[in-house]
Ligand binder design. Sequence first.
Ligand code: UD1
Length: 361
Amino acid sequence: MGSNRKVVTIVGARPQFIKASTISLLLRKKGLQEIFVHTGQHYDYEMSQIFFDGLNLPKPDYNLGVGSDIHGKQTAFMLQGIEEILIKEKPHLAIVYGDTNSTLAGALAASKLRLPVAHIEAGLRSYDRNMPEEINRVLTDHISTLLFAPTKTAVHNLKRENIKRGVYLSGDVMCDLFLSIKDLLQSRRKQVLERYGLKEKKFFLATVHRAENTDNQKRWKNIIDGLTILAEKGMQVVLPAHPRIRKLLTKKIIGKIKIIDPLPYLETQVLISSSKMVITDSGGLQKEAVFNGTFCLVLRDRTEWTELLSSGQVVLVDDSIEKILSYAQKSNSRKNVKIEKYFGNGKSSKKIVNTILKYLN
Ligand code: UD1
């Protein structure tokens, strides 16, 4: 079934490799022909290839190698490359994920060629147009044909923008992936903790990569001061460094905070579940903290994943040193949040692929 149908998957940034790993496998199992396009937005080994090696992702059929640049130029390179591929490959549908420049470029190139676009993780909104991701999300949703919303809030957000056709409440594909590896974590724990010289529940896992935090001196200083004070108080702080922050890491910071390379998927989950708390500005990590039953401080003033706030396991601390310190020093009991209630029962990718198949047939 479906073997004469061809889809093009367009990805380019780390979170998209993780999300695509759940869908690509199923597309192929169902006999669809998938052309896999990597824009090259992320290119360091730890930001890209490591996920292809670890998550059963197909080797890309095309890598556009766009690399880093200012937004317009980066997106323009992608548009040009993707358009050429779509014209050559003549697929029946394009699939894009999330909210990066690769998402927008894929959706725009496809929709201008009148190709249907499936957007996985549709309907998320921060209602902050200062974020490049928000612009990417809004534009992508408005030119998509099939919109797979991970949560009820996302469906509601789309309705507010009068997008009602083609909207499916699918659940979250990252939740699928987590549930599929959850039982592996315990067996990997000892080895991963030893590799990084860490002790169970004796460290904070921190990540900072959003432009709104890294490119704003005052916010960056506050966040780093908060983390440094925590470290000075005797609690280890581990920070896998996204390339965006490499140039910001001074000797003083490196002396206090344990800086490590970006981590592969499974190791990330082990460290989240073994940490005392996660402190992050990442959308994916705040969700994964809740999946793992770990308390999480979010270094933003809002979140697209509002369900997490009602779970009681996630708190917005923005760039407030006081809030970081006061929450981090509270003892937080583990809570097992019913993640199925918000993010689906691990069958979101199946739902998505079945809907795509139905649409194509
Ligand atoms: C992008 C997404 C963001 C997502 C994040 C996940 C956009 C607008 N933003 O942000 O939504 O949360 O990916 O990580 O698409 N760099 C390297 N090596 C790499 C990749 C990047 O050194 O492999 C450096 C470059 O200096 C580059 C900077 O990181 O200028 C930023 O990379 P970029 O692709 O612009 O966006 P991200 O910050 O990764």
